[in-house]
Structures are given as structure tokens and as C-alpha cells.
Design a binder for this molecule. Structure first.
Ligand code: IPE
Ligand code: IPE
Ligand code: MG
Length: 247
């Protein structure tokens, strides 16, 4: 397949590995209902599938892997489901962190922490501190994350600086604005994958995906494996990125 593609247009294909892959991990509920299981079971299996994505990213030489784990809108789900999801996240942050650290993974959490429990906030700080010098892969987990919220708080931060006289608003650059986003210091995603067949962003990284490649796959998140990750990277390699200029 790769050979055929390179024969069609050898000059215009980028075979680069994506530096940053971001995934909307969707379909846990449908995975469970297909098996007449409780949604909580789908979320549990979904949390287990994270391992495959990390392995896939490490194997492919990806530097940043961002996983959308819980959106700002997901707070509006039934209390029981929110509590199941928070329980899993807490477990992940405490149990998995040791093996992640051993594997050289750095963890970063993006999102609005105000609504998270004190316990989760504490484990996030601990996990980020423990892994801060690791360089094999940066795993970014979007938790209580909403992109509009992120952009709005960045706009507020800039306005506050301008009012204080610390910044000339006429001179404001994209780079300066980006410094106020949760994702500061993280390169924009090269590839966005969404599982479960839905084709939307659901308030994920709206600023950062300006020139990302999108891949929508039908696989439900709990079924996603490192092989799925590897084929996504292959598809990415066939894409032609133009950034608005002529090839
Ligand atoms: C993704 O699975 C997990 C979260 C959004 C937290 P869903 O729970 O959205 O599963 P579906 O979309 O209902 O199948
Ligand atoms: C997006 O999935 C959020 C996460 C995967 C964490 P949702 O299932 O919440 O999105 P919608 O409601 O289908 O847009
Ligand atoms: Mg969903």
C-alpha cells in the first residue's frame, strides 16, 4: 500500500512520523451496551486500552501523546457515571504512574482543575513532579478539559497583563497568546484520531488543530490496540500537508 502511494506521487508525500498524536477516546458506552454490560465496564476497559496507545506511540517514536479523557461537558453526565470515571482516573494516576515513570514517560495534565477533588489534584501534582525529567514520551491527559474554556481563560490572562501595562495589545503575537493556553510548550498535534465513528472534535484543542490531520476510525475505544495506532501513523505518512501554500 505504501509502495503504491509513493508511486502515485513520490514527491509530495510526507513520510515523517507525527511528533504529536492526540486521541479522542470515544465509544466506551457503546462497547459496553453491545455486550449488555454496564457503562462502567466500558470505561474500565477503555482505561486499559490506554496502554496500547502508549506502546504504539513509543514504538512509532512519537514524542507527545494527548488523550482526551474527560471533557468539561462530561461533568453533565449522570452523577454515578462521573463518579465512576473519576474513580478510574484516580486509580490510573496512582497505580499506573510507577510503571509510566519506569518507562520514561512524562505526564502532563491539561484542563480546569477547579472542579477536581482535592485528592485527584494532589495525585496530579505528585505524578507531574515525579515524571518531570522523563523524555521518552510526554503523555498529556486532557481532564476536565474544554477548548473554549481554555481560549477564554487565555484571553482573560492577556487582558489582565494589558491592563497592568505588562503587554502592548497591538503587539500581541500568536506565540504570546499560546503561552497562556494549557498546552504551552507542547507542539500542535500533527494527527488527531477519534475512535467510534463520530466525526467531530467535541471541544478538543480548537486552537491547536489549525493544521492537524484528522483520522476518524470506527473502532470503539476499548478495542483500540497498538496495531491500530501503527496503522494510523501509516495513514498519516501518506497525507500531504500544505499549510496553505502551493506544493
Ligand atoms: C468515551 O466514551 C469516554 C468519555 C467520554 C468519558 P463514551 O462514554 O462517550 O462512550 P459512547 O460515546 O457513549 O459510546
Ligand atoms: C468526547 O466524547 C470527550 C471524550 C472522549 C473525553 P463525548 O462522547 O463526550 O462527545 P460527544 O458528546 O459525542 O460529542
Ligand atoms: Mg461518546
Amino acid at each position: 500500500m505504501a509502495l503504491a502511494a509513493s508511486l502515485i506521487d513520490p514527491m509530495n508525500k510526507s513520510h515523517d512520523t507525527p511528533r504529536h498524536v492526540a486521541i479522542v477516546m470515544d465509544g466506551n458506552g457503546r462497547w459496553a451496551s453491545k455486550r449488555s454490560l454496564a457503562r462502567a465496564m466500558g470505561h474500565k476497559r477503555g482505561a486499559e486500552a490506554v496502554r496500547g496507545a502508549i506502546e504504539g506511540a513509543v514504538d512509532a517514536g512519537v514524542e507527545y501523546l494527548t488523550l482526551y479523557a474527560f471533557s468539561s461537558e462530561n461533568w453533565n453526565r449522570p452523577a454515578e457515571e462521573v463518579s465512576d470515571l473519576m474513580g478510574l482516573l484516580k486509580l490510573y494516576l496512582t497505580r499506573e504512574i510507577k510503571s509510566l515513570h519506569k518507562e520514561g514517560v512524562r505526564l502532563r495534565i491539561i484542563g480546569n482543575r477547579d472542579r477536581l477533588s482535592a485528592e485527584i489534584k494532589k495525585s496530579i501534582t505528585k505524578a507531574e513532579e515525579l515524571t518531570k525529567n522523563n523524555g521518552r514520551l510526554t503523555l498529556v491527559i486532557a481532564l476536565s478539559y474544554g477548548s473554549r474554556d481554555e481560549i477564554l481563560q487565555a484571553a482573560k490572562a492577556v487582558a489582565i497583563k494589558a491592563t497592568a501595562g505588562d503587554l502592548d495589545i497591538d503587539q500581541l503575537t500568536e506565540e504570546q497568546f499560546e503561552r497562556e493556553l494549557f498546552t504551552h510548550g507542547i507542539p500542535d498535534p500533527d494527527l488527531i484520531i477519534r475512535t467510534s465513528g463520530e466525526q467531530r472534535l467535541s471541544n478538543f484543542l480548537l486552537w491547536q488543530v489549525a493544521y492537524s490531520e484528522f483520522l476518524f476510525v470506527d473502532t470503539l475505544w476499548p478495542d483500540f490496540t497498538k496495531e491500530h495506532f501503527a496503522s494510523a501513523v501509516k495513514v498519516f505518512a501518506m497525507r500531504e500537508r500544505r499549510y496553505g501554500v502551493r506544493p
